[in-house]
Design a protein around this ligand. Structure first.
Ligand SMILES: NC(=O)c1ccc[n+]([C@@H]2O[C@H](COP(=O)([O-])OP(=O)(O)OC[C@H]3O[C@@H](n4cnc5c(N)ncnc54)[C@H](OP(=O)(O)O)[C@@H]3O)[C@@H](O)[C@H]2O)c1
Length: 368
């Protein structure tokens, strides 16, 4: 998009907060003048998975809509992306450098650089001030130990999701596996679930069982992390006489109810991580077995950062990430899309669960 005399033209992909199927592309001209410390990014490309739909789901409760404000009643869903600095009013943020972090699905983003160091800076914009530091941080690719130029797409698609699964796996180990012999993972075809299955399988501490829908069953069976794959309608075929940990990525009330009733007291821990089946019914209260408990990643990060030290934490995470990243080539097929029409098509497919599980969508609002 060519610069105009007084600024820069661009647009934002916005979503109606009360109906996420309703989207619009709205012009978003940027005033060429930046305030001191402000940085203008060209949003190069970003990943889109079900996790981004969860940001819309939790937009009001967890504040994701506040990150990148839009007109009344509409929101900009955050996505992991790469942006290139095209103007900077901060002396230590250099034009032409490339950063990894949360971006809106837009052509551009203006942030307010603070806590700048060679590896990263934080956006100090007031609307993001109460977000966790990880949601405000931009990592400079030149100095990011986990960055590899030829793995940018994998990093966009998997790095954030992997971090959660690394913490869930660590939390389970830290609790002596809750005495479980089986680990049941729902939405087994999701990238977050695949990461967890891969990590749990490596520990060889019990069977890793994937729950999925019929359309994704063959794909999940083709993965190396799962010992057994069961479709949702056949939960009752699972062994119910051994201790089990359940990690839910579906948020599907019917699935959760059915598993709790089937396993009863043998369900030793029920860990709520995600809600891919966002249009399903809610789970019941007072279910048999362990009480469903939301996974709170920051608590495990804090615990391990204290025990291992920040460098020890990063080293363990980095080692596990590099192994998982390399193994993802066996199942992940990156699909690049460019321009508003590609974004709209992929967004609607992901929203309605039509996307192929082996596809990893990396998109840009810029035309190819
Ligand atoms: N709490 C956290 O910190 C955290 C961090 C990362 C991810 N998560 C959550 O983990 C979940 C997985 O995220 P992801 O990005 O890894 O997902 P993904 O790879 O995009 O997962 C796609 C899978 O989700 C299921 N699905 C997606 N949309 C659906 C729909 N509309 N109806 C029915 N099924 C649908 C299908 O799996 P099946 O057929 O196998 O069910 C589909 O193959 C998300 O809910 C995400 O928010 C949470």
């Amino acid at each position: 998009m060519p610069p105009t005399p007084d600024g820069i033209q661009g647009s934002d992909f916005i979503v109606e907060k009360s109906n996420w199927r309703n989207t619009r592309l709205v012009p978003s001209p940027i005033d060429g003048r930046l305030d001191p410390s402000e940085v203008l990014f060209r949003v190069d490309r970003f990943a889109l998975t079900s996790n981004n739909i969860s940001y819309a789901m939790a937009g009001d409760t967890l504040g994701y809509w506040k990150f990148f404000p839009a007109e009344e009643g509409w929101g900009r869903i955050p996505a992991m992306g790469f942006g290139e600095v095209i103007r900077s009013e901060h002396p230590d943020v250099i034009e032409g450098e490339r950063y990894f972090g949360f971006f809106p699905m837009s052509h551009h983003l203006v942030v307010q650089a603070s806590s700048v160091n060679p590896t990263s800076f934080s956006d100090a914009a007031p609307q993001r001030s109460d977000a966790a530091p990880v949601y405000r941080q931009y990592m400079n690719s030149k100095h990011d130990a986990m960055y590899r130029e030829d793995r940018e797409d994998q990093m966009l698609l998997l790095r954030g999701l992997f971090m959660t699964s690394f913490l869930v796996d660590d939390f389970i180990e830290d609790n002596d596996f809750f005495g479980a012999q089986d680990f049941v993972i729902s939405s087994a075809s999701s990238k977050t679930a695949i990461a967890l299955a891969t990590l749990l399988a490596r520990r060889s501490r019990g069977r890793v069982i994937g729950l999925t829908s019929p359309r994704n069953c063959a794909f999940v069976e083709s993965l190396s992390g799962y010992d057994e794959v069961v479709v949702y309608a056949e939960i009752k075929s699972l062994a119910s006489d051994v201790p089990v940990v359940f990690i839910d990525h579906s948020g599907n009330g019917e699935v959760v109810d059915s598993l709790h009733h089937h396993l009863g007291d043998n369900l030793k821990y029920s860990c709520m991580v995600g809600g891919t089946h966002w249009d399903s019914s809610n789970r019941s209260n007072d279910l048999p077995g362990a009480r469903p408990t939301f996974f709170f990643a920051p608590a495990q990060i804090q615990k391990r950062a204290q025990e291992w030290g920040p460098a020890g934490f990063q080293e363990r995470l980095g080692d596990a990430w590099h192994r998982f990243d390399a193994s993802s080539d066996a199942w992940l097929e990156v699909q690049r899309g460019a321009g508003a029409a590609d974004l709209e098509r992929v967004y609607q497919d992901i929203l309605d669960g039509r996307a192929q599980p082996h596809h990893g969508h990396v998109l840009s609002l810029w035309d190819a």
